[in-house]
Structure formats: structure tokens, C-alpha cells
Design a protein around this ligand. Structure first.
Ligand code: HGY
Ligand code: MN
Ligand code: MN
Length: 392
């Protein structure tokens, strides 16, 4: 029998690993002490639940059943300023269902939030990148993933995806729709695609008082001109659902009296249509070339990340829709996902589906992220119902 109190207690225990001290906020980046401790705790919970704990070379933590099983889960690493439910909810809900359904396994993927790459643990599991390629990825502080994962308590070897029959991920919506519309459940139709490049403009560092404006090669000004030009040009190819973000900017030397000589920044864009992502990529690259030339910048690009738009499996989605109607009749909807999820990578090797519960105020990737406990339990019951339909 699903035990909602045990589920909520496990969620709050997981939150305690890396608790930020601000609301329910959590700081638990991949391979941090808090992350390693949380994964060890999860492995113990998995063993107590009667499944076989298995930590793969990336640090993905599995709870395995003998024989074919439906895989439920998500990730338990967080953004640098993370919420307590992003990822953790799907892991603990999967564990609770696995405790009562003998045909269900559970997983917590590693580095979904991209301290090193992006959805890195499930990228290796789904074959998008090799372990060697993952090991070469570096965090902003210069740490390589290969070095970071040496802190893992053990390495039980890779898990073969073919042992599973499918994957269902429960997640908070991380957007405003369910909360604003008063629905309790979202059954996901598709996950957007996302592309990202890392850019460096190199100009000329100089004295902020003695360098005339017309002689400057100011990297910040170049970024500012690029951003304005990009916004103007993308408007011709985007829809209201398209998003693009310059979210990480490093200015060098970042001092008030020095004309910045270098700026490194990320450009990320997302849409449900792969052709539109390609057209946007052309505009990003052409605009970077043009503005670098206009502003006297040396341009360097690296690390194109490309996650394709992903449709959910019809059979698994139908099981979720049946579960939603049974548990929360009339208070559910189908909807796309603007956030990325491990399901995108798992879809390379297994049928996948996702369900959402509301995010209060649509807030996520922020310490204030939260969901009413009643909605968490409703989502758990829908997941359990769907898993029962699928596993028979
Ligand atoms: O970026 C994303 O959409 C995910 O939450 N990491
Ligand atoms: Mn997530
Ligand atoms: Mn996230």
C-alpha cells in the first residue's frame, strides 16, 4: 500500500542533504559532499525497500528488480540555488511506488542540472555520450567530471537499459500553468529541444579613465550590442513558446576602473520544433560573427549542446491519463514541457512518459520552489496507478 506519510518523510529527509537554510532551498550540486551523502542515503533506502542498490560509474543510483521492470525516477542533484523538489520528487515517488510494486525499479540520475554538462548522467545511460567524453567535461571551477566522480562510494558498473520496459518521470511543472489554472496533474505530450553554445569575445583591456571611447575594444559593449541584435533578429523566426537565454556571463577582469577585455557567456535556446532550433542557430552564429567584426572582437565558440525535442510514448502516456482521471477527475490536462528532463535522454533507449504536479507561483530553480503536499500525494497516487496499469 502506498504510504503517503513515508513518502513525504523521505522527501523531507532528502531535502536535508544540502539544505540552504533559506526556506526549503537546497544546494546539492553533482558530486558535492551533500550529493554523495544523499546518494548513499538513497542506496540504503533502496536496500531497505528490498531492491538491489546499484551505483553506476557516473553515480546514477539504481534500485533494481530481478527481471524486466518499469523504471521510475528522476535526478537528485540540484542547481546552484535549487528547490527541494526539482528532481528529488521523481526519485522519492519512484522509490515509494517501487516499495509496493514488485515490477518497478527506481533511479536517481546524476548531474541533470549540468554542473559539468547537461543531463550528463542520463546522457551516458542513454548512449548520447561515452563515459570518457563525460569524464572530460569541466565545471566552471575547472574540476573535471572524471575527478569529481572519484568521490563516489562505489562503482557497480554500467546498467543495461534493455532490462527495463519503459521509464516514467514525475516532476514539478516548474512553470505557471497548473497553478494558475487550478489543475493538479499535467500529463506531458512532449519535451522541448534545447541547444547551447559557449562564447568568448576578446577585445582590449585598458584604463577606464584614459582610454577614449572611440579607441576602446570593450568586450561588455560587444556583448550588449550582440544581445540587442539577437533579440531583434530572432523575433522573425520564433513563436510565443520559444525561449532563449544568456544566463551565464563572466567579465574579465570585472573591475570598475578597467575596460573589460574579455567576456565569456552562454547562449541557450529552446523550442518544440527542431527545424526552428536550426534556423535560430544560424541566426546566433551569423550575428556573433557580424558583431565581433563590427566591434573588433576576437570570437571563439565551443561546446554546442544539442538535445532534440522528444515526444512521449503513447502507451505510457495513456496509462498516466487514465491514472489522472481516476485519481483527480477533471483536474488534469495534457501539456508540453519547457524544461529539460532526463526522459529526453532515456527516450533514446526506452519508451518514456512524464507527469507534472503544480509549482506554486510557477517558481523553480530558486530556493522558493514549492508545491502543496496534497498535490505531491495526488501525483504519487497517479504514478502508482499508471505503474500498476503498465506492469499488470
Ligand atoms: O534546464 C532545465 O530545463 C532543467 O531543469 N535542468
Ligand atoms: Mn529537474
Ligand atoms: Mn532543474
Amino acid at each position: 500500500m502506498i504510504d503517503a506519510d513515508r513518502f513525504l518523510e523521505n522527501l523531507h529527509t532528502l531535502r536535508s542533504f544540502g539544505a540552504s537554510g533559506i526556506g526549503n532551498g537546497v544546494v546539492r550540486p553533482a558530486y558535492s559532499d551533500a550529493d554523495i551523502a544523499a546518494r548513499s542515503w538513497l542506496a540504503d533506502q533502496i536496500a531497505q525497500a528490498g531492491l538491489t542498490p546499484h551505483i553506476d560509474p557516473m553515480g546514477n543510483v539504481f534500485g533494481l528488480r530481478d527481471g524486466p521492470a518499469l523504471l521510475l525516477g528522476s535526478h537528485s542533484d540540484t542547481q546552484p540555488e535549487g528547490g527541494w523538489l526539482d528532481g528529488a520528487l521523481g526519485v522519492i515517488a519512484g522509490l515509494e511506488v517501487a516499495r509496493v510494486n514488485p515490477h518497478v525499479s527506481v533511479v536517481s540520475f546524476q548531474d541533470e542540472e549540468g554542473r559539468f554538462g547537461a543531463l550528463t548522467g542520463s546522457s551516458v545511460f542513454g548512449g548520447a555520450i561515452t563515459q570518457d567524453q563525460a569524464d572530460a567535461l569541466t565545471a566552471k571551477d575547472g574540476t573535471t567530471l572524471g575527478d569529481a566522480r572519484s568521490a563516489l562510494p562505489r562503482n557497480d558498473g554500467p546498467v543495461d537499459p534493455s532490462r527495463f520496459t519503459g521509464y516514467i518521470e514525475m516532476h514539478i511543472e516548474q512553470g505557471p500553468v497548473l497553478d494558475a489554472e487550478g489543475d493538479q496533474i499535467g500529463v506531458v505530450t512532449d519535451i522541448v529541444g534545447s541547444r547551447q553554445i559557449e562564447v568568448t569575445f576578446t577585445g582590449q583591456q585598458n584604463h577606464a579613465g584614459t582610454t577614449p571611447m572611440h579607441l576602446r575594444r570593450d568586450a561588455f559593449q560587444a556583448l550588449s550590442v550582440f544581445n540587442t541584435a539577437l533579440n531583434d533578429r530572432l523575433r522573425n523566426v520564433v513563436t510565443p513558446r520559444t525561449v532563449w537565454t544568456i544566463g551565464h556571463v563572466t567579465l574579465h577582469p570585472n573591475a570598475s576602473s578597467i575596460v573589460p577585455g574579455r567576456v565569456s557567456f552562454s547562449v541557450q535556446w529552446r523550442d518544440a520544433d527542431d527545424d526552428r532550433l536550426t534556423r535560430m542557430e544560424r541566426i546566433v552564429r551569423d550575428t556573433l560573427d557580424e558583431i565581433a567584426g563590427q566591434t573588433g572582437m576576437q570570437l571563439s565558440l565551443h561546446g554546442l549542446r544539442n538535445l532534440r525535442p522528444t515526444a512521449m510514448d503513447a502507451t505510457l502516456r495513456a496509462a498516466l491519463e487514465a491514472g489522472a482521471e481516476a485519481v483527480s477527475p477533471g483536474k488534469w490536462r495534457t501539456m508540453p514541457s519547457g524544461a529539460l528532463h532526463d526522459a529526453t535522454n532515456v527516450a533514446r533507449v526506452l519508451p518514456v512518459a512524464m507527469l507534472f504536479v503544480p509549482s506554486i507561483g510557477g517558481i523553480s530553480h530558486d530556493f522558493a520552489e514549492d508545491t502543496d503536499e496534497a498535490d505531491l500525494v495526488t501525483g504519487l497516487n497517479v504514478l502508482a496507478h499508471a505503474a500498476q496499469r503498465v506492469t499488470g
